[in-house]
Design a protein around this ligand. Structure first.
Ligand code: KG4
Ligand code: ZN
Length: 364
């Protein structure tokens, strides 16, 4: 494909309503606009994302988001070549809102429609941000997912391992709630950890000695709960220094787990693809500077180039969906009006389903 494609992307799988315009060819794309409406305020009182509230908010904001993306890019529907929309995995009400919007726009304009896996959007982000060549090893680490993927091509992903229970972002959010910090938990815990002692609490590094690159984070969260309860029983509450030390110790445990398993995943990947030494991360947790720097060190130890896209492309956005649409459309026929919205949608359909991974299906 040589002619640049201009694609409208639509994303609504969790608690961000997003639309974006991306133009280019596979591996060489430019974000013309990217609009993201977050919903943190709507869910704040409930301690987590409420699916029904999320779906209603998406339905209300999708048309504004699309118009905003067109206006910011300075284009109209007549300038577009295609529409790409997240069709799973995610909270089904939100995914349906996006898919229905995209179908309506496709029917009204005649533009071809492409359903995109949200996880493929994350996994292909280094193609948008850095034009990295295939294959590369991707650590996708977010609020709902955590997996190592060899990204062979726009629609070919091989999972080497992943979490068997919670995703790290989910653990950051739960720990923040447990120790009285705000949401989203990742940035709050990272900020608190800056003044903390990471050695005060010896939290576990689950599955560290188990071969392979599967991970587990739910026991770690329980360990933080026990430490908190002990402190509360002893002193009647948590001091600011306790919050900081709990945050730093927890963050160190997550970072060590991810770094340890990244070593294994890189060994496996490099044995298969020694001439493509690229290690990429994506997802909201990749914003954590301590985690990022440990992963960078592991990557350098293994002689790999480390790519971490800018934060706006790591967290949920529609530019990655439009870019995945451009990447995939050469090898696909457009979807029809029967395109289904799916709550679960594994990327690597050949590998066995993980025990608990993605159970929540809420975020990716
Ligand atoms: O990729 P994302 O926006 O949404 C999906 O999960 O798809 O990631 C959001 C997650 C949240 O759980 C949030 O707490 C976490 O990423 N996160 C962080 C940081 N910033 C966001 N976790 C650790 N450190 C951070 N700085
Ligand atoms: Zn996501």
């Amino acid at each position: 494909m040589t002619r640049p494609i201009t694609c409208l992307g639509i994303e609504s799988s969790c608690d961000d309503t997003a639309a974006a315009i991306v133009r280019g060819v596979p591996g060489d794309m430019t974000v013309l606009s990217s609009v993201v409406f977050g919903q943190t305020d709507l869910h704040a009182a409930f301690g987590g994302v409420v699916p029904e509230i999320a779906a209603r908010a998406h339905a209300e904001r999708l048309d504004v988001s699309v118009q905003g993306a067109l206006d910011q890019a300075g284009v109209g529907f007549g300038d577009l070549d295609s529409i790409a929309v997240t069709c799973g995995p995610g909270l089904i009400g939100g995914v349906v809102s996006g898919v229905m919007t995209a179908k309506a726009l496709s029917a009204a304009t005649g533009l071809p429609l492409y359903g995109v896996n949200h996880l493929a959007g994350h996994a292909l982000t280094p193609r948008l941000s850095d034009g990295v060549a295939f294959p590369y090893l991707m650590l996708l680490v977010s609020g709902g997912h955590c997996q190592f993927l060899i990204t062979h091509g726009p629609d070919r992903f091989e999972r080497l391992g992943g979490t068997i229970d919670d995703a790290p972002g989910e653990a950051f959010d739960k720990v923040a709630r447990l120790i009285g910090l705000g949401q989203p938990g990742g940035p709050a815990v990272e900020a608190a950890a800056r003044g903390g002692d990471a050695t005060r609490f010896a939290f576990p590094r689950p599955l560290a000695n188990k071969p392979g690159c599967d991970m587990s984070f739910s026991g770690l969260k329980t360990a933080v709960l026990r430490a908190r309860d002990t402190l509360v029983a002893e002193a009647g509450g948590l001091r600011q220094q306790d919050q900081a030390d709990l945050s730093a110790s927890f963050q160190a445990a997550v970072a060590d787990s991810l770094a340890g398993k990244s070593r294994r995943a890189l060994d496996q990947y490099l044995a298969l693809s020694p001439s493509d030494p690229n290690f990429c991360v994506a997802g909201g947790v990749a914003a954590n500077m301590h985690i990022r720097s440990l992963l960078e060190t592991v990557s350098a130890d293994k002689g790999c180039r480390f790519l971490a896209p800018p934060l706006a492309l790591c967290t949920d956005n529609a530019a990655m969906i439009a870019a995945a649409g451009i990447e995939q459309m050469a090898g696909r026929t457009p979807d029809g009006m029967d395109l289904a919205a799916r709550p679960r949608m594994p990327l690597d359909t050949r590998s066995a389903a993980m025990l608990g991974s993605g159970k929540k299906g809420a975020k990716a």
